[in-house]
Design a protein around this ligand. Structure first.
Ligand SMILES: [Zn+2]
Length: 394
């Protein structure tokens, strides 16, 4: 059956907002067309009316589904070292069935909140069952970490084994370095070389904390606590003498997409440096996790003004109260109200689809199957309000 879905507004990155626009699709959500009142004839008797903005489904560019059982178990505002040490202590202290159940629930939560695709960081295989059964598309980033250069080969082997487990289950996966303070230059190079062989996207946490900057520049500060907690000697490490991003990016060059996650302490000169060096960067903002862990936010305007490609992530339930892209956009808009809602929605739909190389998602263009979502309770300027909420229609 052909469906004609009409909100107060239709949004798609290729049309912008269209007052009373109609998306025409089949029952499965495959898009036939977009109808614009005044330009196209609207079959009024067939139209399904909904209140709010009808948008393609959201792409969550950064999550850690495997940490879902830690919701409400990790203290807030302890900074990256407090967060990471508490996470290490608690993540394995739960029964397997509790971990599995929390993963299932988190997947359903994302589906309800209009998320159609996720770039998900994994350190283990606990999410495979849920991902295989889910209506959400997952791209898994098998995460690697080893600061000491001699550990690179062993860690690469384990990452490739984990990737093989996901691929055997029919799930797309690639390798991802954890962060500039936890991965050696040599391991970074191996990872992007391996991904390039398969035209695969990579992701790395970037400039999430002040402590990261201190450690990567000078080899000092609170990151040391994380290594001490794990019993890893880092006395040999004296820093790279440059900002985290400027030290790491030269080791991450490839012609494939690279998602830089968090960017809380990224300066305008870091942005310029990075954009000149790498042609396929995506800057992922996860504001609620930043508020949870560090209590600080990136300078959203500097990214917006630089005109770079931005995507949105929720991070995990270990550092967020929900897995909900609209909740992330609300934080950005409350801090940076001049950024138009159209821009925010483009980041959350088309840009995310491009970052994860998903040609079926992101816009209401003919032949795509991007999901149909309605965002309710926007104000008359089409700004999000406290009550704004996404609901999945298809
Ligand atoms: Zn993360």
């Amino acid at each position: 059956m052909t469906r004609f879905i009409q909100g107060d507004f239709l949004f798609s990155a290729h049309t912008g907002f269209v007052s009373e626009g109609v998306v025409v699709c089949d029952d499965a959500g495959v898009v036939y067309d977009v109808l614009i009142p005044g330009t196209h004839e609207i079959p009024q008797d067939k139209v399904e009316r909904v209140r709010g903005v009808v948008t393609p489904g959201f792409v969550n560019a950064h999550a850690h589904l495997e940490l879902s059982h830690l919701k409400s178990h990790i203290s807030r505002l302890t900074g990256i070292s407090g967060f990471a040490t508490e996470l290490m202590d608690k993540r394995a202290a739960f029964d397997a069935y509790i971990i599995a159940e929390a993963i299932q629930l988190a997947d359903r939560e994302m589906y309800r909140n209009g998320i159609v695709a996720v770039g998900d960081i994994s350190n283990n295989a606990t999410t495979i069952t849920t991902k295989r059964q889910s209506s959400i598309h997952y791209h898994t980033f098998c995460e690697l970490m080893a600061l000491h250069p001699t550990a690179a080969d062993v860690v690469m082997d384990s990452g490739m084994q984990l990737r093989a487990q996901f691929e055997t289950a029919g799930l797309g996966a690639s390798l991802a370095p954890h962060a500039p303070y936890s991965v050696s230059p040599g391991l970074m190079k191996k990872i992007v070389e391996e991904n390039s062989l398969r035209n695969s996207v990579a992701a790395i946490h970037n400039q999430e904390s002040k402590a990261e900057s201190q450690f990567t520049e000078h080899g000092i500060g609170k990151i040391q606590d994380i290594y001490d907690h794990r019993g890893i000697d880092t006395a040999w490490f004296t820093g790279y003498g440059r900002t985290s991003l400027q030290a790491s990016l030269p080791n991450l060059l490839s012609s494939e997409n690279l998602i830089l996650v968090h960017n809380t302490f990224t300066s305008p000169s870091d942005i310029r440096f990075a954009e000149e060096l790498h042609e396929r960067l995506f800057w992922c903002l996860c504001p609620n996790a930043n508020l949870y862990i560090e209590g600080e936010l990136p300078d959203f305007y500097s990214f917006y003004k630089a005109g770079v490609r931005i995507v949105i992530g929720t991070d995990s339930l270990a550092s967020n109260d929900s897995l909900d892209i609209v909740e992330e956009l609300k934080v950005i808009q409350s801090q940076a109200p001049e950024i138009p809602t159209e821009q925010l929605l483009t980041w959350a739909t088309l840009n995310g689809a491009q970052a994860l190389q998903l040609d079926w998602a992101g816009t209401f263009e003919s032949g795509k199957k991007p999901g149909v979502v309605v965002v309710s309770d926007v104000d008359r300027n089409l700004h999000l309000t406290r009550e704004s909420k996404a609901t999945r229609l298809l």
